[in-house]
Design a protein around this ligand. Structure first.
Ligand SMILES: N[C@@H](Cc1ccc(O)cc1)C(=O)O
Length: 418
């Protein structure tokens, strides 16, 4: 199956400039292709991953992917998909974000040198205003620019000259990569259509109408329940493990709706058509086993955070489910309890009843605390405690750093020992 047919099967093609031409090209040679990202934040989230997973698929099929980090374009701001003017970032912010994204991209894609990461600041910052106007401005027709969906939809609210110019900068990137790296295809989200076709026009004007360049966009990912893809209760799902721990990341995928899971497997994993077909059958016949969700969570977590993160995430999930938390490591506790109620306590020993009521306020009264203890509803560090006279030593487990309390079947509390 050709890479284009594969993308179609994965539901990953929204629009193409010349389907037949591109299919012919990818059959002939190792094609240079690119997608860009602007450093508007210091981490990617899972929505950003989509075009780059597609570059990766091209790479696996023997093609030559490039990632453009938009050190220059990020300092301007793409109006695509934005209802109002963006606030300019300071150049320090742009540089910081650009360094963070570059490191993230290198970690995900850049290890073997077959993925090139470049920064458009390197060529766009060298253009003088006069060169810009004389060499490029002349090749852009204001009417055409105004008619681009992005600009047209913004005319009522208004758009600054700066953001209006954005499409020219992205077009120069495509031209630059075409001239210097033989890049012939640009990929982006559905909102990038205007910028991509504008680059193709520029290349045709500059290099001749027979220059073979193509554009392909990816559909906006929609969930069956109509809500936006990629948000969890805590907001965006980040690739930076400090913002979204690998365990939370794993949980996000595990919680995928049955109606979405096959679509996500096609978008976010490198599993084959046969494997995904088997998982689709599993969802249809035994949805309660959640095999497809588990596989999705394993695959994506491994791709982004590595194998050890999957092992830890599964370990945490299992321990929290069974209540057998004693075997968790300190790092697993940090991840697994990030969003659970927590208190800070001293390392002093104390009667358990007082500790549950006065120190941690896990229990609302001594009477309730005694009742819960007698009923076997209280577990400390995974162990059931039924003696109302028991004493607690907060430093007795987890390197003296944590106490895990479970009340009833599911309610966990974390005490951090100071
Ligand atoms: N405009 C793209 C990012 C980008 C930047 C430079 C490019 O050459 C290509 C793409 C976006 O906002 O998603």
């Amino acid at each position: 199956m050709s890479i284009i047919d594969e993308l179609k099967w994965r539901g990953a093609i929204n629009q193409q400039t010349d389907e037949a031409g591109l299919s012919e090209l990818v059959a002939q040679k190792a094609v240079g292709l690119y997608a860009g990202i602007d450093p508007t934040g210091d981490s990617m989230h899972i929505g950003h991953l989509i075009p780059f997973m597609i570059l990766k698929r091209f790479q696996l099929a023997g093609h030559r992917p490039y990632i453009v980090i938009g050190g220059a374009t990020g300092s301007i701001g793409d109006p695509s998909g934005k209802k109002s003017e963006r606030k300019l970032q300071t150049m320090d912010q742009v540089r910081h974000n650009q360094d963070c994204l570059t490191a993230q991209m290198e970690h995900l894609f850049g290890q073997d040198g077959s993925f090139k990461i470049v920064n458009n600041y390197d060529w766009l910052s060298k253009l003088s205003l006069l060169d810009f106007l004389r060499d490029y401005g002349k090749l852009f027709n204001v009417n055409t620019m105004l008619n681009k969906e992005i600009v047209a939809s913004r005319l009522e609210v208004g758009i600054s000259y700066t953001e209006f110019t954005y499409q020219i900068l992205q077009s120069i990137d495509f031209l630059h990569l075409y001239q210097h790296e033989d890049v012939q295809l640009q990929i982006g989200g559905a909102d990038q259509w205007g910028n991509i076709t504008s680059g193709i026009d520029l290349i045709h004007r500059q290099e001749g109408a027979d220059a073979k360049v193509y554009g392909l966009t990816i559909p906006l990912l929609l969930k069956a329940d109509g809500t936006k893809f990629g948000k969890s209760e805590g907001g965006n799902v980040w690739l930076d493990p400090k913002k979204t721990s690998p365990y939370e990341f794993y949980q996000f995928w595990i919680n995928t709706d049955d109606r979405d899971v096959v679509k996500f497997l096609k978008y976010f994993t490198f599993l084959s058509q046969d494997e995904i077909q088997d998982l689709a059958t599993a969802v249809a016949t035994h949805p309660e086993k959640r095999e497809a969700q588990t596989r999705l969570a394993e695959e994506v977590t491994e791709f982004v955070h590595g194998h050890q993160a999957v092992v830890e995430a599964k370990h945490i999930t299992k321990a929290l489910f069974s209540g057998d938390v004693a075997a968790l490591t300190a790092s697993e506790i940090e991840q697994g309890f990030k969003n659970m109620p927590s208190v800070t306590v001293s390392s002093d020993k104390q009667g358990l009843v007082e500790w549950l009521v006065d120190t941690t306020q896990i229990e609302s009264s001594r009477r309730q605390a005694r009742e819960d203890i007698t009923n076997g509803a209280i577990r400390i560090n995974g162990e059931k405690v039924t003696d109302t006279n028991a004493e607690i030593d907060p430093t007795s487990a987890f390197e003296g750093k944590f106490v895990i309390v479970r009340r009833g079947k599911k309610r966990y509390f974390l005490a951090r020992v100071q």
